[in-house]
Design a protein around this ligand. Structure first.
Ligand code: URP
Ligand code: ZN
Ligand code: ZN
Length: 478
């Protein structure tokens, strides 16, 4: 058998084990995996020497917002810079959120997102569809047939026109349940809107803003704002049987609630983001603390510890790590002018998701390489309906592979990253885990730590069978 590429002699990591392996690629697919030296190329075969390197499946960021109109501006990373950042950070698939504008249907939003991304992206991509109107619920079956089986609702963001009430949440979960196990899933931004509004109104005074500045972001979002919302949503998932995925979970209380619900058989899955595993609200003491405003807000050190337990060897209640990339430059963040409710919310993340997990997770002894692969590649691929082609090093899977030099450590500097953002939450930190080589469907897009990809190589992915936390098994919904 002839091969286009052989990745030779590296330490390959799967979600279950690690081994020295050669990986052979033909066209866009992995075609063979064998013991070192067992796969032979011919004179045309490109050999990538991976001896001494970590070899992982290309990772997935299941939660990004590229070129999103939000908070009165547009997030500064688009499908060009965002997917370049992804490639250099070992990520070969990104999942955005197509959010309908006023009076738009889900089909309209799908078209708008194709216009933003087709012919531009450097790695593969797809999106969740945001349900922002009761009428969107009727479109769910048609969108599932189109290969878009994941839907998103926001419990907040009334001013953007994006918010869902409990009735919409309930009806969406019912509709998902009716389609049968594994057909569709609801992703949810869980924060208690009315209590949050009340806390914001109470603290939105010139005196409070003068005294506390951007710290009010954290002060108005105590843990119970997220916990109550998760608790309520779990209730609706339990009674409807509709599969629920809590996005960007930031609290220890959330992890406790999800764990208890999973033990009762409620079909709930949870995701956290790297910022909730690394950063606490003491950042608001910094002069540039407003840069860190994101939604939900970063919480306390004890939440960080609880979330590491939830993804660690004794946890499992949190299945996916993502970024919630929503980058805003210093100039965009400066729109706040002392009023924290006007800060564009979100941070850059695609360059550094895997490096953070490698550095704060693997090197710090909190998780194994296998767990990193599971959280950042294998589990999100299965849960998001790509489990038969992404997130695994195995014959038949897309040749999405990242190679990491375990001896390399760099100092994070936003000027050397691919994101257009002119700051980075990890600026100045020493990190490993950046891609030495990345292949996306067989094409080398990063070589020797440099981006070499082609605009437009990234392809839109149709998906099906969502919600499988365990190999082959969608979360039961009955
Ligand atoms: O701060 C964030 N996360 N911005 C993006 C919108 C969201 O809620 O995910
Ligand atoms: Zn959100
Ligand atoms: Zn988000």
């Amino acid at each position: 058998m002839s091969y286009d590429t052989i990745i030779s002699g590296g330490t390959a990591h799967w979600s279950t084990h690690s081994a020295q392996a050669d990986i052979a690629i033909r066209g866009e697919k992995i075609v063979a995996v064998g013991a070192p030296g067992t796969l032979k190329g011919d004179r045309k075969t490109r050999i990538i020497d991976a001896r001494g390197m970590d070899v992982i499946p290309g990772c997935m960021d299941a939660h990004v917002h590229l070129a999103l109109p939000f908070c009165g501006t547009v997030s500064c990373d688009d499908f060009d810079s965002g997917t370049r950042a992804a490639a250099c950070g070992c990520i070969t698939t990104v999942i955005d959120f197509a959010i309908p504008g006023k009076d738009q249907s889900l089909a309209d939003a799908d078209q708008v997102w194709h216009e933003k991304s087709d012919g531009i992206a450097h790695v593969d991509y797809t999106w969740h569809l945001a349900i922002t109107n009761q009428r969107h619920i009727a479109e769910i079956p048609k969108m599932v047939k189109r290969g878009l089986p994941t839907f998103k609702e926001f419990m907040i963001y009334e001013s953007e026109g994006w918010n869902s009430d409990d009735g919409m949440l309930f009806a969406t979960l019912e509709s998902i349940r009716k389609l049968g196990a594994g057909a569709a899933m609801l992703l949810l931004h869980a924060e208690s809107a009315r209590v949050l509004d009340m806390l914001i109104a109470r603290m939105h005074t010139p005196a409070m803003m003068k005294k506390y500045g951007a710290r009010l972001h954290a002060m108005t979002r105590p843990n119970f704002v997220e916990a109550e919302a998760i608790e309520r949503a779990i209730h609706w998932s339990h009674v409807t049987g509709g599969t629920l995925y809590i996005v960007h979970m930031s609290t220890g209380e959330g992890a406790d609630l999800v764990k208890a619900a999973q033990a009762r058989g409620t079909p709930v899955i949870a995701e956290t983001c790297v910022q909730y595993l690394t950063t606490d609200d003491s950042v608001f003491a910094r002069k540039d603390g407003h840069l860190y405003a994101c939604c939900p807000q970063v919480k306390k050190k004890r939440d960080i510890e609880r979330l590491w337990r939830a993804i660690g060897p004794d946890g499992g209640e949190v299945s996916v790590v993502s970024t919630d990339t929503c980058s805003f430059t210093r100039e965009q963040k400066a729109m706040w002018k002392g009023d924290w409710t006007k800060i564009p919310m979100g941070m850059p993340g695609l360059d550094t998701m895997v490096p953070v997990m490698y550095t704060h997770g693997v090197r710090a002894g909190r998780i194994t390489m296998n767990k990193l692969v599971d959280l950042c590649a294998t589990a999100p691929a299965r849960i998001m309906g790509l489990g038969d082609r992404k997130g695994q090093i195995a014959p038949g899977f897309d040749a999405d592979i990242a190679i990491i030099d375990p001896k390399r450590t760099v100092t994070v500097d936003h000027r050397k990253l691919q994101s257009r953002c002119d700051w980075n939450p990890y600026q100045g930190e020493k990190m490993g885990g950046f891609a030495k080589v990345t292949l996306c469907r067989g094409a080398v897009v990063v070589e020797d730590h440099k981006f070499v990809g082609k605009r437009g190589w990234g392809r839109f992915l149709e998906r099906e069978r969502v919600g499988a936390r365990v190999a082959g098994a969608p979360v039961t919904d009955g």
